[in-house]
Write a protein that binds this ligand. Structure first.
Ligand code: ATP
Ligand code: MG
Length: 565
């Protein structure tokens, strides 16, 4: 028999006020409900009630991983720098990696991810195609020294991740391993009660041939998604774009004075044209130091993630760097750029023969700048951020929009790590081959917070039943009397015997305090035991999600089970 949770003994200090440094509902409510505490920026403690939720999430994850071919391992959190040198990532990972040195002057890092450690683990020991496939996973801490830790557990520095790595002999094997994980993830997020979407993702910096993200839908999500009824869904950073720029009528290259015009909106108004008839400029620099100016139709934004695809290491120029490079903010154009500056443009602009652009002089623009004559373009690519309402790249219907929290991501890695670290196996043909790898991550602590983002109201958290800290909280309206208190204890025991997880709020608090805390903590069902009800032979039951209240005859207590379905 499971233990009944006695709230008089549970360490769960609740707060009436929002913590002043919490910036998002989940961060406020999890702290107020006594489930987590912030230790320092991006560092959190899970308290007993928070742990209960965490354990439930982890149990569901483990069940789905285990039934889809995963085997649990536990790797070190502190990782040897030499492994990262082997893969070539020690020098490129950047400032998110926290590095340390031990007493013997050996270098280490706090693991931001575990590709290197797992590849090293199988290297030399997983030897034959006969032993493949393998899928190893762990639930572990990660540390990423995020530039801006924020949104509580959603973007912390130390966080819990479930990470899995698959090893296959060939591409078909990887495709199958990937599908298994896709199904495991779909099952786990459904079982946790999430409303989520699977979106196409950038496999960008990790490299590889395919990737999808699992997005919990929530207004506060950091990701803007576009999706379509046909099944297409993508992050706007990734989503393919097919803008339809408009030709501005101009016969020849004409320099016009545009005093005070610095934005596309101002330019379009000045010329009396649509924004789509102008070209928007954006400057940046790549790893090799080359400065680029990127152009997209005026009604779109430049997509830095896509720019990285054609310009390795692309980042925007700072204002000072722009001045240094003799670029004129608000008036950049492809005609007469300083020597050495390269031009990239969105493919859609190929359809426009004469562009409306900045003149590289403050207060002046060109109309009629002719592609191929007045200027040339060094690189063409899809460079726009997708917009809600754009035609769906699959079926052409206008896309819809939603915001999402990335709770998981699955990747087909290929041979990036097995090749660089020399992890090979003996193929059926007797030849040594690098493993074909996949990697699969779930943000476990982020998932907990995402559940709260998706499911709360002004009074507190509304836990989905499968991950609630307990199913039902029994609330005696008075304690230490000889009627209500013993009856509440009996009811708690009866509910427990029905197989439910039960808490009883046996604290010496006023009824109002208990009601407020029960709503705040978010137990799916509250059973209120009072003198008047007992005399009439009933208890009052409240369903947290709907707020619905009903009197249930004592002998029909098993109806609570149905309310939890
Ligand atoms: P993001 O784009 O949000 O920074 P990521 O794509 O870098 O995340 P992955 O490397 O894909 O993250 O890690 C797997 C999962 O770990 C993510 O899907 C996310 O749920 C979780 N995660 C990543 N960074 C954090 C963080 N700072 N705090 C909490 N969870 C995180
Ligand atoms: Mg990711």
């Amino acid at each position: 028999m499971s233990a009944i949770l006695r709230m008089s003994r549970v360490y769960a200090p609740t707060l009436k006020e929002d913590p002043s440094d919490a910036d998002i509902a989940s961060a406020k409510l999890l702290v107020r409900a006594g489930m987590i505490r912030k230790e320092a920026a991006g560092l959190y403690t899970f308290m007993p009630l928070g742990m209960r939720v965490l354990h439930k999430i982890q149990r569901i994850i483990r069940e789905e991983m285990d039934s889809h071919g995963g085997q649990e391992v536990f790797m070190p959190f502190v990782q040897n720098a030499d492994l990262w040198r082997e893969s070539g990532r020690w020098d490129v990972y950047g400032e998110e990696m926290l590095r340390l040195t031990d007493r013997h002057e050996n270098e280490f890092c706090l693991g931001p991810t575990h590709e290197e450690v797992i590849t090293d683990l199988v290297k030399n020991e997983l030897r034959s195609y006969k032993e493949l496939p393998q899928n190893l996973y762990q639930i572990q801490l990660k540390f990423r020294d995020e530039r801006r830790p924020r949104f509580g557990l959603l973007r912390s520095r130390e966080f819990i991740m479930k990470d899995a790595y698959s090893f296959d002999a060939d591409q078909e094997g990887l495709d199958e391993s990937y599908l298994q994980m896709r199904e495991a993830y779909s099952n786990m997020f459904s079982r946790m009660g999430f409303e989520y979407r699977i979106v196409q993702a950038d496999s960008g910096e990790i490299g590889g041939s395919g990737s999808e993200e699992f997005m919990a839908l929530a207004e506060t999500g950091e990701c803007q998604l576009v999706y379509c009824d046909c099944g297409y869904a993508a992050d706007t950073e990734i989503g393919a774009c097919t803008p339809a720029p408009v030709e501005y009528p101009a016969e020849s290259l004409t320099r016009i004075e545009t005093p005070g015009v610095h934005t596309i909106a101002e330019l379009a108004e000045f010329l009396g044209c649509e924004e789509a008839a102008t070209a928007k400029a954006f400057s940046g620099v790549g790893n090799d130091g080359t400065i680029w100016v990127l152009f997209v139709p005026g009604n779109y934004e430049v997509n830095e993630a896509k720019a990285k695809g054609i310009i390795p290491g692309f980042r925007p120029l700072t204002d000072e760097e722009m001045v240094e490079a003799k670029l004129v903010k608000g008036s950049m154009g492809p005609v007469g750029l300083p020597a050495g500056v390269k031009v990239a443009a969105d493919t859609s602009l190929q359809a426009i023969s004469r562009w409306v652009v900045g003149a590289n002089v403050d207060g002046f623009h060109y109309t009629g700048a002719k592609l191929g004559e007045d200027f040339r373009v060094d690189a063409w690519a899809d460079l726009c951020v997708a917009k809600v309402g754009d035609p769906c790249p699959v079926c052409g219907k206008p896309t819809q929009g939603a915001r999402g929290i990335e709770v998981g991501q699955i990747f087909k890695l290929g041979t990036k790590y097995s090749e660089s670290m020399g992890a090979t196996f003996m193929g059926e043909d007797g030849k040594e081959k690098p493993f074909i790898m996949g990697c699969y991550g779930v943000g476990v602590s982020r998932t907990l917070a995402a559940a709260v983002e998706q499911s709360h109201d002004e009074n507190g958290i509304v836990w989905p039943v499968p991950i609630a800290p307990a199913h039902v909280c029994v609330i005696p309206l008075v304690v230490k009397d000889d009627l209500v208190q013993p009856a509440a204890e009996d009811i708690a025991r009866e509910l427990d015997a029905l197989g439910l997880e039960v808490a009883i709020d046996d604290r010496k608090e006023r009824a109002g305090v208990k009601f407020a805390d029960a709503d705040l903590i978010g137990w799916p069902v509250q059973v209120v035991v009072g003198k008047r009800g007992l005399e009439a032979g009933t208890v009052e039951v409240k369903v947290r999600r709907t707020g619905e209240k009903m009197d249930i005859p004592r002998e029909e207590l098993s109806r609570v089970v149905d309310l939890l379905k």
